[in-house]
Design a protein. Structure first.
Length: 344
């Protein structure tokens, strides 16, 4: 272990040219090895280096960089622009996570990302199989954000929810002092600017970009007029990002007052209310599928959290003795719950 630490310290002291020369020497030496496993490892590293070079080259060539939060949102925009001229001029960076929930302390660092994903692994049972892949993709996405060039303009896609608003602030923090023009495309506001009519109620459109069809995303982008976030607003949002990145909070709330931290039990009372309603519909206080309760909660709650957060809170309510369960708490599909008599 001491030898490994000494090697790490030596590498850290190298300048860029020395590190590159050493890497080339290692790759040439390893390529001459007769060990099959070593050769496989070398080939994997070569492929990774080639792909990294291609990615950086492509990213430097694009004129506009879109930054979105959540795989579904990123996939929708990629699908929307696949047969348009934007495919050659625009790049897309996707942070795969729902940043409304889970820790974001020091998320701009590898240590912070490791901490977040360990928390998700410990608390989100249904997310376990994807955790390591998403961790690596988040690391790559944040590195791409840091590598955006000053000549490129940036569009950060947001809406009226804590997940995307948290992402907006963290990205602005990463881009501060780089001389990059950044604009916010708020899909909720853009929709109403584009489709406002006396018949359209303001609350009829989802406050989350994830629910917008690809063709509507493209339409919103086509009518979008790039306008860089002014300096004073940007500084205020960066200040909020600093507070986010230093907080131990695992839940964030978005409303007309802005973005704020919330206690983990914020949604508990509403979960209980939804369970009571389902018991009334059933005509008795009997066990119900957890996925049914989660669907009821998500269908009526105003904050955007995701099913895994709600399941996490249901397990917390089980521990408090508010719900009983039968089955296995290994994942939401394996158990049922009902309110205990004093809470029903």
């Amino acid at each position: 272990m001491d030898e490994i630490n000494q090697i790490k310290e030596a590498i850290a002291k190298m300048d860029e040219s020395e590190a590159k020369s050493l890497l080339q020497l290692i790759m040439i030496s390893a390529d001459q090895s007769e060990d099959e496993q070593t050769l496989k490892t070398v080939q994997s590293i070569k492929q990774s280096l080639v792909e990294t070079g291609q990615t950086e080259e492509n990213q430097q060539q694009v004129e506009t960089v879109h930054i979105l939060f959540g795989d579904a949102v990123g996939g929708s925009l990629e699908f929307a622009v696949r047969k348009t001229p934007y495919l050659n001029t625009d790049g897309i960076i996707v942070l795969p996570e729902n940043l409304a929930v889970g820790p974001v302390k020091s998320l701009h660092t590898k240590e912070g990302i490791d901490h977040r994903y360990q928390w998700l692994k410990d608390n989100f049972r249904d997310y376990f199989s994807e955790i390591d892949e998403d961790r690596e993709r988040t690391l790559m996405a944040l590195e791409k954000v840091k590598n955006i060039e000053p000549h490129q303009q940036v569009i950060i896609w947001t809406s009226e929810n804590a997940a995307e608003q948290t992402g907006l602030r963290i990205v602005l923090y990463l881009l501060q002092n780089k001389g990059i023009e950044v604009s916010e495309l708020n899909t909720y506001q853009s929709f109403h600017n584009l489709y406002s009519s006396p018949e359209l109620e303001y609350g009829e459109f989802s406050p989350s970009t994830v629910e917008i069809e690809p063709e509507n995303l493209l339409q919103l982008y086509k009518q979008f007029k790039f306008k860089a976030i002014n300096h004073s607003k940007c500084q205020a949002l960066v200040g909020e990002a600093r507070e986010l990145l230093s907080s131990e909070s695992t839940l964030r709330t978005w409303n007309h007052k802005g973005l704020s931290h919330s206690a983990e039990d914020r949604d508990d009372a509403f979960i209980i209310l939804c369970a009571k309603r389902l018991h009334q519909e059933m005509g008795k206080s009997d066990y119900m599928l957890v996925v049914r309760l989660i669907g009821e909660v998500l269908g009526h709650m105003q904050q955007y959290t995701g099913d895994q957060w709600i399941e996490y809170r249901i397990r917390a309510l089980i521990k408090k003795g508010i719900f009983s369960y039968r089955g296995k708490l290994r994942a939401m599909r394996f158990y049922e719950v009902k309110l205990n008599e004093e809470y029903a």
